[in-house]
Design a binder for this molecule. Structure first.
Ligand SMILES: *Cc1c(COP(=O)(O)O)cnc(C)c1O
Length: 374
């Protein structure tokens, strides 16, 4: 019987030169040649490759069902590597509701190199098709989206891109390979901020790209990784491998907690609206049920009122940390508009929640209590 990803994530990430159950960390920046002046294990210099990184990359490829994977020092470094495969004159289609940093990267860094982009509502496949021009080389998908939890039908949108010969990338940070597998649905690349659920403990930055095929594009990305040098340290890789071993159980429990909390808030008079793809009232419910194993552990809400009501709720909560980021075992609440600076696109009464592994009754209690002081 073919073993499940949960089992393989635990048992395959070993580098046992000894009988140690837990892999060692290879801090060496360089690797010695043998008597024939060859590299016996294929490692030359740690910017190009390192045993811990190779182990992480193999685990990521296995989880996403890709032929090869590349680890980076952050999610943004991974995204940047994808954009670096483009040339002046190329055009990118991105979601109108993607991680803030994705389009900011195009706007502030890549526009200067002659790369243009359009933002579209990807819940509407017609809009995606209309945004494609003869210069379009890349389609970026992010689902569920940040922070409105919009759901893109990956299979439909990826097949549109394919019919135009456009490379499709899915940011699968929120879904994780345990809940959603974009490569199986027609995407060419998956991108992760492994800072989030893959690491899972808010203590390591990382990014990853997983390639469906070990093709020319994968080779180009490997050049960018090694030459650009935005690589994770051996310890970062080690922490990520450790985090990934518990990804499946974390995701199941965090999604279960999130479902209960979203339901509670959806029925609360102080909350105007809840965006969670697990609620049958969510516009993306049907597509999410089709392409996701579980609806995930992220949701956002519109607090009745404005910025001050939203901030008051966020700061009266005791168990939810008022910090940016997500995907950790601790619950987070964030006022996204504050994070977005002077011209926020996110509404002022919106709070984004990342639900952790605390006992669900304690989280419900904390929310119920904080909502009484609004
Ligand atoms: C955090 C995040 C990123 C950026 O990743 P970093 O690790 O912070 O560089 C990209 N996409 C999504 C969906 C994210 O949540």
């Amino acid at each position: 019987m073919k073993r499940h990803p949960e089992t393989r994530a635990i048992h395959e990430a070993n580098l046992s030169a000894t009988s140690a159950v837990v892999p060692p960390i290879y801090l060496s920046t360089t690797f010695e040649r043998n008597f024939d002046y060859e590299l016996p294990d294929g490692f030359l210099y740690s910017r190009a490759d390192n045993p811990n990184r190779q182990q992480l990359e193999r685990t990521l490829a296995m989880l996403e069902g890709g032929e090869t994977a590349l680890a980076f020092s952050s999610g943004q470094a991974a995204t940047s590597a994808v954009f670096q495969t483009l040339q002046s004159g190329d055009h990118v289609v991105v979601p109108d509701d993607a991680y803030y940093g994705t389009s900011l990267l195009l706007e502030t860094l890549f526009k200067g190199f002659g790369i243009t982009f359009s933002k579209v509502n990807m819940t509407d496949p017609g809009a995606v098709e209309r945004a494609i021009t003869s210069a379009t080389k890349l389609l970026w998908i992010e689902t569920p989206s940040n922070p409105l939890l919009k759901i893109t039908d990956i299979e439909v949108v990826a097949s549109i891109a394919k019919s135009y010969g456009i490379v499709t990338v899915a940011d699968n940070t929120w879904g994780t390979p345990l809940l959603q597998r974009p490569l199986d649905l027609g995407c060419d690349l998956v991108m992760h901020s492994s800072t989030k659920y893959l690491g899972g403990h808010s203590d390591v930055m990382g990014g990853a790209l997983i390639c469906k095929e070990n093709s020319g594009l994968a080779g180009r990305l490997r050049q960018i990784q090694a030459l650009g040098g935005a690589v994770p340290s051996p310890f970062d890789c080690w922490l990520l491998i450790r985090g990934i071993k518990t990804l499946a159980v974390r995701m199941k429990q965090q999604a279960s907690n999130a479902g209960a909390l979203a339901e509670f808030l959806n029925n609360h008079p102080a909350i105007e609206q809840v965006h969670y793809p697990g609620l049958s009232t969510h516009p993306g419910f049907a597509v999410a049920s089709k392409q996701m194993e579980l609806p995930g552990a992220m949701f956002s809400v519109h607090v009745r009122g404005g910025k001050s009501e939203a901030i008051r709720l966020a700061t009266r909560l005791e168990l939810f940390r008022t910090a940016t980021s997500l995907g950790g075992i601790e619950s987070f609440v964030e006022h996204r508009a504050t994070y977005e600076g002077d011209n926020p696109v996110t509404p002022q009464n919106l709070l984004r929640f990342s639900i952790g592994l605390e006992h669900v009754d304690d989280l419900l209690d904390d929310l119920a209590r904080a909502l009484t002081v609004l």
